[in-house]
Ligand binder design. Sequence first.
Ligand code: SF4
Length: 173
Amino acid sequence: MNPWLLILLLALLAALLFIWSEQQKRRTGLPQGKVIYADSDQWQALTEPLYDPQLKLTGKPDYILRLQDGTRVPVEVKSTFAPAQPYANHIMQLAAYCLLLERESGQRPPYGLLRYRQQTFQVDYTPALELALRALISEIREVERQGEAPARSHAEASRCRGCGYRDICDQRL
Ligand code: SF4
């Protein structure tokens, strides 16, 4: 296939995913982020990635925060300045980590933390957010099944590291 067509298709897919997730955010009332003060002294790194074989979902949050009752919540760090509200794709990425942590430990994280350069948001892991995440994963898997997913158009691991879809993209680097 013409490489420019592939690039165009990938850009179109990314735009559709972004629009879709923003629409989902409005329609399903995805949680708004709450600005909090977060002390990073308590954050711990995970040694191994998390994995859900049923959903074929894997990912590793930047950090884990252990709450007093032992529940672990994911912390995702972004190098960019904070928007007024976290981007929908970042919320989805955080939700994927919540789902993976719950699957591994049986304890549902009540929320996750999104740390931007100058601000940290607490995003509640609500049933509506989990539903929206599962719907997005199903939609992406369906596109993959139909063989319509465009191939990755680059070889830059840094782009994948900063991509909000890396945990549900099987072409990530
Ligand atoms: S993880 Fe990488 S390959 Fe997948 S959508 Fe994001 S940037 Fe593209």
